[in-house]
Design a protein around this ligand. Structure first.
Ligand SMILES: Cc1cc2nc3c(=O)[nH]c(=O)nc-3n(C[C@H](O)[C@H](O)[C@H](O)COP(=O)(O)OP(=O)(O)OC[C@H]3O[C@@H](n4cnc5c(N)ncnc54)[C@H](O)[C@@H]3O)c2cc1C
Length: 401
């Protein structure tokens, strides 16, 4: 039985790690009875994201790992929640398939956490977010009940779509113990081009948006990168503050070649190695402040110009998933000083957009000033239905009420 030691000897406890949904359910029931809320952890790569979680209790899922079912013909796969993304990639690559998700962060991150935090990356342009890839999941609620949501095949469920409710709930409605996902055929040819923006960012944004709308060759990803980011990724052309567009093309040779010609309408293109995408996903240092801004196609260029200026002057960088109208702002952040919190607060106050603003990571003292995403009456009622005593990840989505 897998074990984890918490704390340093002699003041340490060694806990047996749950290896089944039933064992997780028993842990949750004990925690509820003992009024000791639990912090759900998996590979512990992203525990500093979301609002501070107010508990010392830990429910480690590290032992809930492995693929349990793989229907190659149906392009579906089922696995236990703490299976790392890298393991899923290795298993599916052998069959010419892939889980077209690749969220930010390293591939050591687990699938359960990726679903719980609704994490996505540049591939969301073509394949959508975790909500579009999750077919079914098994969950342990805050009262220690094991429930199943969705199914193991594409779209054959009735009633409330609980899979979507669990996606992005940050563990506050239940501990995800296994998931069934939709896979895709891995592209035969996977090619990445860089297009350097000629003229202003605003004009380039709308030209790139027009191209995305008009081109018959949908890219796998089209990520606008600020000049500072281009430099950090080792990409040429980002000089003089010019952003550049990273375009990922996938399919058979004929399709990719035709798509390349279509991209050339935007400007001179250079082919770069596909590992730039892994570099982009793992670039940000731990503890960085990360904010996502939503903007309409018509305002994307203006918002981009406004915020990338603020962020780059603060030592950070920005990039945008054009297809989704989302700009991601990353500011490396020194830990814990009041001056640093004041500096970050000043930056955050300038990061506004007509669409949505999602704060992903922030120095802990600053969260109070940020509106809670699930603090409204209806969300609290939903939370109380699944976790009446607030046993799971208390405080991560909204202040305890
Ligand atoms: C440097 C970095 C940057 C990232 N940037 C982004 C980003 O910009 N946008 C984005 O969406 N994602 C981002 N991610 C998250 C990433 O994509 C994965 O979600 C993450 O790596 C998962 O890692 P983990 O298994 O270590 O989870 P942990 O760090 O162990 O857990 C992450 C969160 O998920 C909860 N959780 C974990 N497992 C479960 C489960 N089975 N059921 C319910 N709740 C669970 C935990 O309580 C915790 O709140 C980033 C990750 C890293 C490391």
């Amino acid at each position: 039985m897998a074990r984890r030691t918490i704390g340093t000897p002699p003041l340490s406890v060694t806990l047996a790690l749950p290896e089944s949904a039933e064992a997780v359910a028993a842990r949750v029931r004990d925690a509820r009875a003992g009024r000791t809320p639990l912090r759900i952890t998996a590979a512990r790569q992203w525990l500093d994201a979301g609002r501070p979680c107010h508990t010392a209790g830990e429910l480690s899922l590290a032992a809930l790992r492995g693929v349990t079912e793989y229907e190659r013909g149906d392009f579906t796969i089922t696995m236990r929640a703490a299976t790392p993304l890298a393991e899923i990639d290795a298993v599916t690559a052998r069959e010419g398939q892939w889980l077209a998700l690749q969220p930010f962060g390293s591939a050591d991150g687990t699938i359960g956490a990726t679903i719980a935090t609704a994490s996505w990356g540049p591939l969301a342009s073509a394949y959508g977010t975790p909500r579009d890839q999750l077919l079914g999941c098994e969950v342990v609620t805050g009262v220690g009940e094991v429930i199943r949501a969705g199914g193991r095949v594409v779209k054959n469920v009735a009633g409330f779509d609980l899979t979507r409710l669990m996606t992005g709930a940050w563990g506050t409605l239940g501990v995800i113990t296994d998931v069934t996902l939709r896979l895709r055929a891995r592209p035969e040819v996977d090619r990445t081009l860089v297009v350097v923006a000629e003229g202003g960012a605003d004009a380039f944004c709308s030209a790139a948006w027009q191209w995305l709308r008009a081109s018959p060759y949908a890219p796998l990803a089209a990520e606008l990168c600020s000049a500072a980011l281009a430099t950090r990724l080792g990409l040429e052309g980002g000089g003089e503050g010019r952003p550049l567009l990273l375009v990922r093309l996938g399919g058979n040779e004929a399709f990719v070649r035709a798509a390349e010609e279509s991209v050339a309408a935007l400007g001179a293109t250079t082919e770069v190695s596909a590992d730039v995408w892994a570099r982009l996903r793992t670039l940000e240092p731990a503890g960085s402040t990360v904010v996502r801004l939503g903007a309409l196609p018509s305002t994307l260029g203006a918002v981009w110009s406004a915020v990338s200026d603020v962020v780059e002057r603060s030592g950070g960088w920005t990039h945008a998933t054009l297809e989704r109208g989302v700009i991601r702002c990353v500011v490396p952040t020194a830990d814990g000083t009041q001056e640093e919190s004041a500096r970050i607060r000043g930056i955050i106050d300038q990061l506004n957009a007509p669409g949505s603003r999602v704060v992903e990571r922030l120095p802990a003292p600053l969260w109070e000033a940020i509106a809670a995403p699930a603090g409204d009456r209806l969300s609290s009622a939903v939370r109380r239905t699944f976790d009446p005593d607030g046993v799971l990840n208390p405080g991560i989505l909204a202040p305890l009420s």
